[in-house]
Design a protein around this ligand. Structure first.
Ligand code: NDP
Length: 247
């Protein structure tokens, strides 16, 4: 028996990177997993195939989470297909970096709409379903850069800091409903998002990480699994997975 056998999960942004690793980790422990993606259907389908090879089942759900109607319709569709929705991992996120004097309104809005509003839309659609079940596990993926200055990322760090604040209030409001809400905050993790950082800057960043290396997506996924499988008495909390880069 897996640790979350019989549970169902929706992971946003599960076609690549950290979301893919989370989806695989949850499936490995017995959950049926809905894989949300925005554009990369082929990559999401490849993750679904990996999940089926693990002996679990996957559901592909395309939706732009920054559009309220799309995000909410996706959550409803997943709950309908699976008959219940136990776990929501708000993972999808983007960067649109620029120093403040050059940051455009579009860069600001796109990041806030995707990272923060998307988290709200999916959560607010899942909460009534989870409340009716008297059970739910919501994990929001924030970032170390929501806690420390991140040059060129005022939009991103604002969205990620807000996710931490949102998590605490949601947890407090839902504490009697059987729903826990927690944050996992990765440090620099080897994915497409981090590959976009220029090599010289990556080397500089690495030199400041006490453990001397970047994180692997699987290491973030293990923290999510812990919260959803063993975190019955944990809510409103944050797990930093960053190699000691921020303590
Ligand atoms: P990637 O860029 O590798 O993957 C992003 C994922 O999000 C993809 O699956 C993408 O789908 C999906 N996505 C993007 N926009 C939308 C949207 N509007 N609607 C639905 N899905 C969308 O990112 P990471 O795996 O690196 O990051 C995952 C999360 O972890 C993000 O929230 C990020 O901020 C956070 N994080 C990452 C860190 C890192 O160093 N990598 C550090 C700290 C936090 P598609 O493939 O279809 O485009």
């Amino acid at each position: 028996m897996g640790r979350i056998e019989g549970k169902t999960a929706l992971v946003t942004g599960a076609s690549r990177g950290i979301g893919r690793a989370i989806a695989l980790e949850l499936a490995r422990e017995g959950a049926r997993v809905a894989l949300n993606f925005a554009h990369n259907e082929a990559k999401a389908a490849a993750v679904a195939k990996e999940i089926e090879e693990l002996g679990s089942s996957a559901l592909l759900v395309q939706a732009n989470i920054s559009v309220a109607a799309e995000a909410r319709a996706m959550v409803d569709k997943v709950a309908e297909e699976f008959k219940h929705l136990d776990i929501l991992v708000n993972n999808a996120g983007i960067t649109r970096d620029a120093l403040l004097p050059r940051m455009t309104d579009e860069q600001w809005v796109e990041v806030i709409e995707t990272n923060l509003n998307g988290c709200f839309y999916c959560s607010s659609a899942a909460i009534p379903i989870m409340t009716a079940q008297s059970f739910g596990r919501i994990v929001n993926i924030s970032s170390m850069n929501g806690q420390v200055p991140a040059l060129g990322q005022a939009n991103y760090s604002a969205s990620k800091g807000a996710i931490i604040a949102f998590t605490r209030t949601a947890a407090a409001e839902l504490v009697h409903s059987g729903i826990t809400v927690n944050t996992v905050a990765p440090g620099f993790t080897e994915t497409d998002m981090f590959d976009a950082v220029p090599a010289p800057l990556q080397a500089k960043i690495k030199s400041h990480i006490p453990m001397g290396r970047f994180g692997h997506p699987e290491e973030i996924a293990k923290a999510v699994l812990f919260l959803v499988a063993d975190g019955d008495y944990i809510t409103g909390q944050q797990i930093n997975v960053n190699g000691g880069a921020h303590m």
